[in-house]
Design a protein. Structure first.
Lengths: 174, 294
């Protein structure tokens, strides 16, 4: 993936990757000439694809740690099978945390538990039914987008009308 | 406006570089492994893992340095069969130190990483829904790390115990470009033979992997009173040319072999004079011959 600043005709550079929300990661790119920034959102499905390939946005940074993919991604792992990586490998940070921003960000993403999500607006049955019709891999992102649209616009309940109003903001049809 | 090709890199992620680094890690490790052998089957439960564990032990007893990769990520049994389930893996900068069996075989298995007996392999994800789209990618990644990140040292043989079916073979062939050969395990039933043929075609004709030969497991049962051989499956003997590949040996059913697998004790070491041990040693000899002449 490459990004071009059309005004400057200059290749944009990776700048940062932000904490994920509901499994979706945001990467920021910047034009080195005019400093315009753009954000790229990866939906949870794309985020998961990168993770499963053990690839990191913004480069891998440090040298690879042994079995880093298994150690950071296996949820049912034995505790003693995931000790801190020895000091030669980094600065004694946990295998899950790692030093690479993306690994760290990704690990955090899994800790999100639906139960601990803050109270959001409620969904009417009609709106929920429409939500179900959105392809499943973009659904979490669409749901999040609609909810934040509702919040910003002072709706406590998401109805079909709220969805229609939010629609313009999303590529997915619902 | 500049085109895709004119932009120098992928904005700094260097995805190609990351993939190359992964491949290099594996290549470097494989360079110290002389021969790699994948043990596969058509159907499940025919004794791949039992055969792998016993061949590994036999090769170790013959004086070779041997490693085993339990490539059955979701159904790992090698650690139990080889008596290393309680081993704790040690991580160093050079890699992960494998578990070592009582006779000195080096072992890596997902079983050594899982928290408890009931724990399945569950990968972190925002949702497990649609996991089919990425699970297999995770499994191949795990296999790559098992082969490439284990501190094997110099190995004469690395055996890979594959899951049932031929699905994993393409991944193994891709991860190990110089894969030494494949051993196909079957039982003497037409149902098993039907599927084994597909595995052989897949290995030999599509992925051009050399086939060392067939092992017929549970080939017969020797009556413990009179010694007569009785068949467990098809009443007919399987002719040696059924699959147009070498038959490496016919291993009888022996309840002691099953007990040894359950207890993690090396069968051929405990019962060196049994019929099954003789068959396993015959297979071991033919593997050595294969690599001598191949
Ligand atoms: N020759 C034999 N005599 C007695 N028991 C055997 C023999 N071969 C295998 N077994 C037992 O049969 C069972 C199935 O064998 P094993 O697990 O090796 O099969 P597998 O092909 O690896 O199965 P899967 O397809 O699930 O990986 C095990 O309990 C094993 O100990
Ligand atoms: Mg098995």
């Amino acid at each position: 993936m490459k990004f071009l600043c059309i005004d400057c005709d200059t290749a944009m550079k990776f700048k940062d990757v932000t904490r994920p929300e509901q499994g979706s990661v945001t990467a920021v790119f910047e034009c080195p000439d005019c400093f315009t920034e753009i954000a790229m959102f990866l939906n949870p499905w794309e985020t998961q694809m990168l993770k499963s390939l053990d690839l990191k946005l913004g480069g891998s940074g440090e040298a690879a740690q042994p079995m880093q993919m298994v150690r950071s991604q296996l949820e049912t792992a034995k505790q003693d099978s995931m000790p801190n990586v020895s000091s030669e490998m980094g600065s004694g940070e946990t295998a899950e945390g790692g030093k690479c921003p993306f690994t760290a960000v990704i690990s955090d993403a899994f800790e999100e538990k639906p139960e601990s999500e803050p109270e959001g607006p409620t969904w009417t049955p009609e709106a929920l039914e429409r939500l179900e019709r959105i392809p499943s891999f973009v659904r979490p992102m669409a749901k999040m987008g609609i909810e934040s649209f509702a919040k910003e616009n002072g709706h406590t309940e998401i109805t079909g009308e709220v969805m229609d109003a939010a629609r313009g903001n999303f590529p997915a049809q619902f | 406006m500049k085109s895709y090709k004119e932009l120098p890199d992928d904005a700094g992620s260097n995805i190609i570089g990351q993939v190359t680094a992964q491949a290099n890690r594996l290549t470097k490790r494989l360079a110290s492994i002389k021969r790699t052998v994948a043990i596969m089957s058509g159907k499940g439960g025919v004794g791949k893992s039992a055969v792998t564990a016993n061949l590994a032990t036999a090769l170790t007893l013959a004086g070779y340095t041997v490693g085993v990769v339990d490539a059955d990520i979701n159904g790992p049994t090698i650690a139990k069969m080889m008596g290393v389930r309680n081993a704790t893996l040690e991580y160093t900068s050079a890699g992960v130190k494998p578990a070592i069996s009582s006779l000195g075989t080096k072992i890596i298995s997902m079983d050594l990483l899982l928290s408890e007996d009931d724990a399945p392999v569950l990968w972190s994800a925002h949702t497990q829904k649609d996991a089919f789209t990425w699970r297999s990618t995770m499994e191949v990644g795990a296999l790559r790390e098992f082969i490439g990140d284990t501190e094997w040292g110099e190995l004469d043989y690395l055996l890979l115990d594959l899951p049932p079916g031929s699905d994993r073979l393409p991944n193994v062939a891709e991860l190990i470009p110089n894969l030494g050969g494949v051993i196909v395990v079957t039982i003497p039933s037409e149902v098993s033979h039907l599927i084994v043929r597909k595995s052989i075609t897949m290995a030999r004709d599509i992925f051009k992997v050399p086939i060392i030969g067939i092992v017929e497991n549970m080939a017969f049962y020797a009556c413990k009173h009179c010694g007569e051989h009785e068949s467990l499956f098809s009443p007919e003997d399987t002719p040696d040319n059924t699959f147009q590949v070498t038959t490496l040996g016919k291993i009888p059913f022996d309840p002691k072999l099953s007990h040894c697998n359950d207890n993690g004790t090396p069968y051929i070491h405990e019962y060196p004079d049994s019929l099954a041990s003789a068959a396993i040693l015959e297979v071991t000899q033919k593997i050595q011959d294969f690599f001598k002449y191949y």
